[in-house]
Design a protein around this ligand. Structure first.
Ligand code: NAP
Length: 223
């Protein structure tokens, strides 16, 4: 009988994260819908077959530790949660920059460190980091300062960690495109389901799939 994989999706209560959770459940995975508001986690999970809600605030190390303790074995980690505070390099408050780094770098790093040993021991793991073209040096780091620099750091995490993982565990970054969510706004051309396509693909890569890459629309793009 095939193994039922378990996926943890951060920021799974709405937007692209919810569409990723739905997409993974539709492919037969058991999904842990993580949200900083436990009621939103439970409400989102209630609408997805086999899913369970999990409280997880990436700015709170205690919440991360508790979520890791409650999650059980996780085979697929999707670091989807994000914040996009406005502000240019010389004016945005340092506290705002720190928050973006907690959500996009330190939180994901803690989750990777917490879940990787189990993935390695079970011989299977897929880690997907939701980044952005705004976090790409190749595209000029052209977004708001806290967002662009912390997404570039998340991309660095992806590439650096890929050197330390065995062949059974894959880690990749992706840009979902410009998507109609609270972050992307109503004028964005892509639906959350379209934005979820590449992350869901990366989360379910076969054994010969890529690792240590940056993707948009299932195609490799430059860092
Ligand atoms: N939309 C786009 O056009 C676009 C483009 C490129 C990249 N992305 C990336 O795609 C990902 C999803 O974006 P989206 O458009 O779906 O954004 P969204 O609708 O604004 O949703 C963001 C999610 O992140 C969660 N979150 C924020 N801070 C958190 C924290 N401290 N702890 C835990 N969860 C937290 C939010 O939870 P709450 O509901 O509690 O606030 C929400 O679930 C993000 O990483 C974003 O940077 C989006």
């Amino acid at each position: 009988m095939p193994t039922t994989r378990t996926a943890l999706v951060t920021g799974g209560n709405r937007g692209i994260g919810l569409a990723i959770a739905e997409g993974l459940a539709a492919r037969g995975l058991r999904v842990l819908v993580a949200s900083r508001d436990p009621r939103e986690a439970a409400a989102a999970a209630a609408g997805i077959a086999g899913a369970r809600g999990l409280q997880l605030d990436l700015e709170d190390p205690g919440s991360i530790a508790q979520a890791l303790a409650q999650a059980g074995p996780v085979d697929v980690l999707v670091n989807n949660a994000g914040v996009c505070p406005e502000g240019r390099a010389l004016e945005v408050p340092l506290a705002t920059v720190r928050t973006a780094f907690e959500v996009h770098l330190f939180g994901p790093l803690a989750l990777v460190r917490g879940l990787l040993p189990g993935m390695a021991a079970r011989g299977y793991g897929r880690i997907v980091n939701l980044s952005s073209g705004w976090g790409a040096f190749a595209e000029g780091l052209s977004g708001p300062f806290a967002y662009s620099t912390s997404k570039a750091a998340l991309n660095a995490l992806t590439l650096a960690c890929s050197h330390d993982l065995g062949a059974d565990v894959k880690i990749n970054s992706c840009c979902p495109g410009w998507v109609r969510t609270r972050m992307g706004g109503p004028g964005a051309p892509r639906t959350p389901e379209q934005g979820a396509d590449t992350p869901v693909w990366l989360a379910t890569l076969p054994a010969d799939g890529p690792s240590g890459g940056f993707f948009r629309e299932r195609q490799r793009i430059p860092w």
